[in-house]
Design a binder for this molecule. Sequence first.
Ligand SMILES: C[S@@+](CC[C@H](N)C(=O)[O-])C[C@H]1O[C@@H](n2cnc3c(N)ncnc32)[C@H](O)[C@@H]1O
Length: 404
Amino acid sequence: MTLALRQGDEAFLSALRSFSQFGAPTQVVTEEGLAYYVNEFWTAGQRRGHSLHEVSYRACFKPQLPQFFIDRLTRPGDNVYDPFMGRGTTPLQAALQGRRGSGSDSNPLSAMLTRPRLQPPTLVEIAERLAQAPLKDASTEIERDDLLVFYHPDTLRQICALRAWLIWRASLDAAPDAVDDWIRMIALNRLTGHSPGFFSVYTLPPNQAVTVKAQMKINARRAQSPPPRDVAALILKKSLALLADGAPPPMSGARLAVADATRLDHLENACVDLVVTSPPFLDVVNYRADNWLRNWFAGVDAESIVISQLRDIGAWTRMTRAVFEELARVVRPGGHVAYEVGEVRGGGVLLERLVWEALEGLPFERLCVLVNRQRFTKTSNCWGVANNSGGVNSNRVIIARRWN
Ligand SMILES: C[S@@+](CC[C@H](N)C(=O)[O-])C[C@H]1O[C@@H](n2cnc3c(N)ncnc32)[C@H](O)[C@@H]1O
């Protein structure tokens, strides 16, 4: 496919003008009216992100993705928002770059994972608070003995004690306590995993808790039983690792919320300068099932949450349009949206085309689809646009600008 400039292809020409600073050599291709910009814009060759990002979450993006757009499309103090924030990669990266990092997610877990890392406590504060927690109280009742499939009884007793203590303390104050918040966030991330750094016996990586039944099978296959762990020591160790690169600069005016991405009622009109986000890709990830243990620990009633997991392409496109209708209200004139979609159904469905279609008639200029290719190959499938096969791993980001 070669670059084809057609007369009247305004979106394409505009994208060319607006995004030519995004790196060279950038390959540009139009396919079915969409302007694709293909390059290795970020990731390879760059150092890892800030240590505070090192919290696992299903289908999270790398911090280099929001960083790329924050660098180019905002100034210090601008409001950067993510309506599907997950572990909070966008708000945290925005805060680290001196912007107001804000966001929402329909799962309350998301704010619990994000908020503490925007203004972390010190290691001393964390250690002192852990010393106050009744973790070693041998009289603590084990309220879910099915969880013994993951945990040694002593460990589960510590987890139950910490859980009850955090839920009780959260009920005392309207405003979250920053140190409790941090400890909860770390505990959520240490619940299960595949190394002795986690509270559990060997299981899947921490962003995906298997069912009790599946864990029984893993235990039988590996002839393993849960070893005892020191919960406070593991929380402290992970805290040390997360805080290794320091804290974001102090920031005011950032807001996190629990909200459906189609109803951002907590945001006033035209208050956002840049959105960097990534929605659920059809029904590829089951966020409810994968987070069941985290939801239990956090006291979140998962059944009451709206989580979009849409197999039907038409329903997904309608959801996308509803999200953009709301973004049209909250993004300021001239502000941008970077909407990342991934590969689904072996490349049989191109989500960026559905997003492009969903934007039709809304007050956004559709600038281009930026394709970040993580491995460049000179084989015949050199664009990796229409066909995702051939080992090419790409992020596709639809970039739209709110009309003035
Ligand atoms: C692809 S993940 C986002 C990951 C995020 N970019 C990160 O780096 O962690 C999609 C997120 O959308 C959330 N979600 C699903 N349906 C939603 C809805 N209708 N409104 C808001 N959030 C929703 C899920 O809970 C999940 O956290």
